[in-house]
Structure formats: C-alpha cells, structure tokens
Design a protein around this ligand. Sequence first.
Ligand code: AMP
Length: 207
Amino acid sequence: MNIIFLGAPGAGKGTHAARLKVEKGYPQISTGDMLRRNIAEGTPLGLAAKQYIDEGELVPDEVVIGMVKQRLAEADAQNGFVLDGFPRTVTQAQALDGIARIDVVLNLEVTEDTVLKRLSGRRVCTSCGSVFHTSRLEDETVCPLCGGKLMQRADDKPETILHRLEVYHEQTEPLIEYYDQAGLLINVQVDGDADDNYRDILKVLGI
Ligand code: AMP
C-alpha cells in the first residue's frame, strides 16, 4: 500500500511513519529527514536547502520532487511506502501523480495548541535520530536510548514554528481538497495520546 501522511508540522507524521516502518516494514520516506541528512553531509543539495529550512520556508519544489523521484525508484519502495512530509504543495502532488500510484492519504488533524506544545518541546538525538518530548525526559540534553546529545531543531524555535504553520495553511492545506477530490482522503484526529493515535491509524489503514 502506498500511503501519504498529510498534516501540519507537529501532527505526528514522522512519529507514526517511523513506527509503521519498524512494526510493519513500510519504508518511511521523509523529505525533511532526507534534507537534514544532506545538510549534515554538506552536499550541494543540503547547502541549497539549509536556509529555507532554518527559516521555516519550503524548499523549492524542483529540489524535493527530484529527490523523491529518485527515492521512489529504489527497490524497497516497490512494495509500499509511507510518504512523510511530501507532497507539501499542489505542484508536488501533481508531480507525484506522474511518479507513483497513491492508495490512501491520511490527513492527521491536530489543533494549533497541540502543535505548539509538541514542537516547542521536541528534542532530537544527534546520534541515533530518535525524537522525544521534554515532558517525557528526565534530562533534556541526553538521549535515553543511546546516550547521545539531544538538540532542539533550529526550525522548532517559537517564531519559526509560527511561520511554518502559516506556510502550512497557505501552501499545504489545499492538498486536503486535492486528495479529497481524488477520493483518497481519510481524516484521523491525532490530538491525544500517541499510542491511541497510532492504533487509530492502523485501524483506518486496515493493517
Ligand atoms: P519536516 O521534517 O517534514 O518538518 O520538514 C522540515 C523542513 O524541511 C520543512 O519546514 C521544509 O523547509 C523542508 N521540507 C520538508 N519536506 C518538504 C517538501 N515536501 N517541500 C518543501 N520543503 C520541504
């Protein structure tokens, strides 16, 4: 099954896609992770993307479309995948229509209040990449899984979060209508507890 996770920043796209990967074997195709990896490795693509990401802007369509096209051609993506953070614009969705068949689009619905709480407390391990919330950490600086250093993403600073939400409303929200018209959209409420939300997602996907 080829799945898209749609939703505002902080809706839990990455969290649930990562869990689906571990528990159900669906490759998690996260454009945000791919871009951050390119930045960490200092590739030309990473250098081109860094400023957009740090300022909470979208990276230009042609950059991410090319990246996803390449990724979807890889062997592990031929038997299903979860797209996490792509598409984010109508132009990207139209390009995706020419690249892959999509079976279902889950729109993860979340209130702005939840987004602000989740993102401002999000910490990421610089060693293993695991993601945590400060409310569940004894020490906000050390990864409880591997002992690595926990950091706040540059784009999780309060002023950038608000801008990312604006960008989401302007550029990504129209995709709800786009995929509804295509008969692919299913809404899932994900304000509550992560385990409950994950269970709802499995139920909706029938897996
Ligand atoms: P994420 O990890 O999905 O929250 O993405 C972090 C940042 O990466 C976004 O705020 C954008 O700057 C960039 N990004 C990720 N996916 C896309 C995309 N599909 N189109 C444009 N920019 C993207």
